[in-house]
Design a protein around this ligand. Structure first.
Ligand code: PMV
Length: 314
């Protein structure tokens, strides 16, 4: 028996952090960078063995602690499917860097859910997959907004407000993003906790900052819908200023952002939790090479992706 599953990475275009406080955010799937899970039958009685190929980690489900994210998603999925632990090997591979704001944790979890469902000839709705993965995201992040599991499970651009049904929306014209890895591992959990700490100290100021960030996300949605990429670029730049203000950027991220702009990007910002991880740059096609070169001089990796209407969102 066999079952396969895969899931894309994601980037948050705008609204990270403020989304934790109920403001809107926009995230898009990065379909070129994916996590893959393959489940293959083993002899009866051998149980489920999880092999995280990239991490060099092997785990027997029967012996894994409750808080282990891979074991947790496997257990909750099996419970949801109402099936016993299979005798199988689950091999995981991912193109996505870890702790870089590209949703690698959510992508691996979604791939696991899909592989386990496929193994049992079942198909789960994106809503079911997203709900299962959300529970495990809590182990990674503490108080996740739910944006990662939503965009990765649905594989569509989403306009997301915590606690509401995610909305998808049309993309007026496809656009190019460059994603550059600073090489500094950023802990989303710590970044979120840091913002919470500062918000508790200065609630009025932070509420106002979150309002501004929410307004940017709202306007960015409109810019994407009508294909106004110049305006979208300016909004990304504005969002970066607020991310600096709430203390989640780093000089290294600011430098990458500046390089992208100087080389011809329409706008650039950090993406995800920050304090490390990646920046994104919105780049007109003719400037792609120059911006990529400028970023590659400092970044450990640079990926190019095109954000377009996915077939799922028609
Ligand atoms: O670091 P990432 O890509 O998982 O994104 C986290 C986004 C935050 O808004 C900072 C946290 C959240 O739960 O939404």
């Amino acid at each position: 028996m066999r079952g396969e599953g895969s899931a894309p990475g994601k980037v948050i275009l705008c609204g990270e952090h403020s989304v934790v406080y109920g403001r809107p955010a926009i995230a898009v799937p990065v379909s070129d960078l994916r996590a893959h899970a393959l489940l293959e039958g083993r002899p009866a009685g051998s149980g489920l063995r999880i092999v995280a190929a990239d991490l060099g980690e092997t785990l027997a489900l029967g012996e894994a602690p409750a808080g282990h994210p891979l074991a947790a998603i496997a257990r909750s999925t099996l419970a949801h499917l109402a099936v016993p632990e299979p005798d199988a090997r689950l091999t995981l591979r991912s193109d996505l860097p870890i702790a870089a704001g590209l949703g690698s944790g959510a992508a691996v979890s979604v791939a696991v859910v899909r592989a386990l469902a496929a193994y049992h000839d079942r198909e789960l709705s994106p809503e079911e997959v997203s709900a299962l993965v959300y529970e495990v995201e809590k182990l990674h992040h503490g108080t996740p907004s739910g944006i990662d599991n939503t965009v990765v499970a649905f594989e569509r651009p989403v306009y997301f407000v915590r606690g509401r049904e995610p909305e998808t929306f049309a993309i007026g014209s496809p656009f190019h993003l460059l994603i550059a890895n600073s090489g500094i591992p950023g802990s989303t959990r710590d970044a979120v906790l840091g913002v919470r700490h500062r918000w508790l100290k200065e609630p009025v100021r932070y509420q106002a900052l979150f309002d501004e960030m929410g307004a940017i996300a709202e306007e960015a949605r409109g810019a994407i819908e009508v294909g106004d990429l110049e305006r979208l670029g300016r909004l990304l730049d504005d969002n970066q200023l607020f991310l600096q203000e709430i203390g989640v950027s780093l000089p290294e991220l600011d430098e990458l952002v500046e390089r992208a702009r100087q080389a011809g990007a329409l706008g650039a910002k950090l993406t995800g939790g920050g304090a490390g991880g990646n920046v994104i740059a919105l780049v007109p096609a003719p400037a792609l090479e120059a911006v990529e070169r400028a970023l590659a001089e400092r970044a450990t990796q640079v990926w190019a992706t095109v954000i377009r209407q996915s077939h799922l969102s028609q």
